[in-house]
Write a protein that binds this ligand. Structure first.
Ligand code: KG4
Ligand code: ZN
Length: 342
């Protein structure tokens, strides 16, 4: 089954052709990072306009790279939410128009479910039950799956997402946008013991995350220690390197601590690490050490980086079993900024 995936939930316009949910024939991502960089974050209005400008070319390129024609697809999978509503509507409207014109079935996909599927593209047969940590610029959640396409929300962030917390510190320190990959690179050169961040305690027994306290504590440290933001292309100071290393360590420790509690509660066979922040070197290493070597008997799975950050191959893969069931969506399908995963 050949499926066209379309993804436009945030600042990446993406299209991919995937065969049988596994073989990625093309995976095109037009990133808007250069446009949003000068604002230090995604500007929703600019994002929708860019999606509109790029989507036709991105979809055409996906077909060209795959060596396929539009008449060869068996269906279209498109992100329905959650995300920026203006951005979602561009991908969804394009997909609906294509489905109508080609008389081909269309299925909606939840963006979070797409991230969860991203791990299965390269690793078929990941054992159930599974626990997924979805950790990106917009989301930080733990989701338990006792069986395929059955999702039980376990925890979510009460404030910022982990990626957002990394991006904000990088912005304060003049390290560029998006901050996650820069912090990942610089943290290896700093001392993670130099600054202390206390891990927030949520007292109602839930496994939820909270990251905004780290941001406030980092701002206080910057002020009290008189840390000057980086200017131009100069090498960051020792203080900056130590701060990003300590901050990254605190975020990773929080993610691992909450996941450990969920592993003890739900006893999964597999732990999935997905979403843009799952590219993080320290997070991948710590997860593998904690859950594979740590006596829990779980396998840890994460996708390669191109499938980890936002992409449409994961949407096509998640849509494939839905299309195979043969119940396509009606063309009055809408997008939802806060679409729940259920
Ligand atoms: O999944 P994604 O592309 O988009 C969302 O759904 O949000 O994730 C983007 C996020 C950004 O916050 C970015 O800073 C972070 O992923 N990120 C990283 C790394 N690569 C991307 N964070 C930490 N380490 C990385 N290597
Ligand atoms: Zn995402």
């Amino acid at each position: 089954m050949l499926v066209l995936g379309i993804e436009s939930s945030c600042d990446e316009t993406a299209a991919a052709l995937v065969e049988d949910g596994r073989a990625v024939l093309s995976n095109i991502v037009a990133s808007q990072v250069d446009i949003h960089r000068s604002w230090g974050g995604v500007v929703p209005e600019l994002a929708s306009r860019e999606h509109l400008r790029n989507i036709g070319l991105v979809v055409r390129t996906a077909f060209r790279d795959a060596g396929k024609t539009i008449g060869q697809i068996d269906g279209i999978a498109v992100t329905q939410g959650p995300g920026l509503i203006g951005s979602l509507l561009v991908g969804l409207s394009f997909a609906k128009a294509m489905a109508f014109a080609l008389d081909t079935p269309l299925v909606p996909v939840n963006h979070i479910e797409g991230h969860i599927y991203s791990a299965s593209i390269e690793h078929p047969g990941i054992a159930y039950p599974r626990l997924a940590l979805v950790v990106s610029g917009g989301h930080t959640s733990l989701i338990f799956s006792p069986e395929p396409e059955h999702y039980l929300p376990v925890a979510r962030t009460r404030d910022d997402a982990a990626g957002e917390a990394l991006d904000k510190l990088a912005k304060f320190l003049g390290l560029g946008y998006p901050g996650g990959p820069v912090i990942d690179r610089l943290a290896g050169q700093g001392d993670p013991e130099r600054y202390r961040f206390s891990i927030p305690k949520i007292s109602d027994g839930s496994l939820d995350f909270s990251f905004s306290g780290f941001k406030t504590a980092a701002l206080r440290t910057i002020e009290q220690a008189g840390i000057q933001p980086c200017r131009g292309r100069g090498k960051p100071s020792k203080q900056i390197l130590d701060l990003v290393a300590s901050y990254q360590r605190a975020i990773v420790d929080t993610l691992v601590a909450q996941t450990r509690k969920a592993v003890l509660r739900y006893r999964p066979q597999s732990v999935l690490l997905v979403g843009g922040v799952a590219c993080n070197t320290l997070l991948r290493r710590t997860f593998t050490e904690a859950f594979e070597a740590g006596g829990f008997g779980c396998r840890v799975w994460y996708p390669s980086p191109v499938l980890t950050t936002d992409n449409a191959a994961m949407i096509a893969a998640a849509g494939t079993p839905k299309l195979a069931r043969g119940v396509p969506a009606a063309l009055d399908l809408n997008a939802y900024a806060n679409l729940p995963l259920c």
